[in-house]
Design a protein around this ligand. Structure first.
Ligand SMILES: O=c1[nH]cnc2c1ncn2[C@@H]1O[C@H](CO)[C@@H](O)[C@H]1O
Length: 327
């Protein structure tokens, strides 16, 4: 076997489910620059933008990267309960999702398969070998779980950016944006029995990309670095206004790198349920399963998941920089 072939075989196959999104763009570029993984497809979802625009942006980002060999499968336009009143974070990413840069429309088209069909097919083709990195609301993943009873077993791992574990949310004090986007889907995913690592904002808020880090991108001739400098402005202003910080949180790149290199985070294991109604809709509630409760609870006899609790933040920032500067 040639060395090249052997390397491709060793690489972890990943599918990125994404709603690009400025930090999604960063995560996608970092993934494409990561020799440890092979990106076998992008699936799209609403969240930072509506799904139609997410598909356009995914195709556009792959064209910027010169990676039009990677398929894009369009995902759901509505929540799992067919809800059409979506919460779109255009105030974080711009109306176009990519910093209001008026990029030309992509030349490429999504594949004929839907995101759910693509996810189910790939998990069946490569049982136990695929990691889904879910960077938006979890509708597509929950639909795949409902569509194919074998999906949970066939999918290798799901690393998801979502939840606010024992901290306030970013939509409101209870809820983080991706879980708030489709709490019913999130509860299906968390209780599905799949191998899940949840990276919540309790972790990603520790990973700050400073003005100084951005300046290093600006000074680089790397194509991804230059592209990102064009779109990052609005993301910095939003963080400045909302959090009074001079830097931005690296949500999606942190989750992506946790999939690439699991030793960047530590985690605890327990049962996660998602509140689907009321003022705490979208709340993620972790049971460490240590207490024997006197009665059956909504957490009893549910499969456990991994929830990230610490992150080597300097290492994440260094890896992001290194991979984007050398592009
Ligand atoms: O305040 C916010 N409201 C909505 N979405 C946000 C906010 N801050 C960040 N994100 C976006 O949601 C994911 C993390 O929760 C990230 O994709 C981030 O870009």
């Amino acid at each position: 076997m040639g060395e090249e072939v052997a390397n491709v075989k060793k690489k972890k196959k990943i599918i990125i489910d994404t709603d690009p999104g400025i930090d999604d763009a960063m995560a996608i570029f970092v993934a494409l620059q990561s020799p440890e993984v092979e990106v076998i497809g992008l699936t799209t979802i609403y969240g930072n933008v509506y799904t139609t625009l997410a598909t356009r942006n995914a195709l556009h980002l792959l064209e910027v990267a010169g990676r039009t060999d990677i398929p894009v499968a369009e995902g759901s336009h509505v929540t799992i309960t067919k809800g059409t009143k979506l919460r779109i974070a255009d105030f974080v990413h711009g109306a176009d999702g990519l910093g209001n840069q008026n990029f030309p429309p992509p030349k490429g088209k999504p594949i004929g398969q839907s995101a759910v069909e693509f996810l189910v097919e790939q998990a069946n083709l490569h049982p136990g070998k695929i990691t889904v990195v879910a960077l938006g609301p979890l509708t597509n993943i929950a639909l795949a779980i409902q569509r194919d009873p074998g999906f949970v077993k066939n999918i290798g791992q799901i690393v998801l950016l979502g939840g606010a574990f024992s901290v306030n949310g970013n939509v409101n004090p209870a809820a983080e944006a991706n879980i708030f986007g489709d709490p019913d889907a999130a509860d299906i995913v968390f209780t599905s029995g799949a191998d899940i690592l949840a990276v919540g904002i309790n972790v990603t808020h520790q990973v700050v990309f400073t003005e100084e880090d951005r300046n290093r991108l600006t000074q680089s001739t790397g194509k991804f670095a230059q592209y990102l400098c064009k779109i990052l402005g609005i993301y910095y202003s939003y963080h400045h206004d909302a959090y009074a910080t001079q830097g931005v949180y690296l949500h999606d790149p942190t989750a992506l790198l946790a999939a690439v290199n699991p030793s960047l985070v530590t985690y605890i294991e327990g049962v996660v349920r998602v509140q689907t109604t009321g003022i705490t809709r979208g709340l993620t509630l972790f049971d460490n399963t240590k207490k024997r409760y006197g009665e059956i609870t909504e957490w009893s006899n549910k499969p456990t998941v991994k929830v990230a609790v610490t992150v080597d933040a300097p290492a994440v920032v260094d890896m992001v920089l290194e991979r984007l500067l050398n592009s």
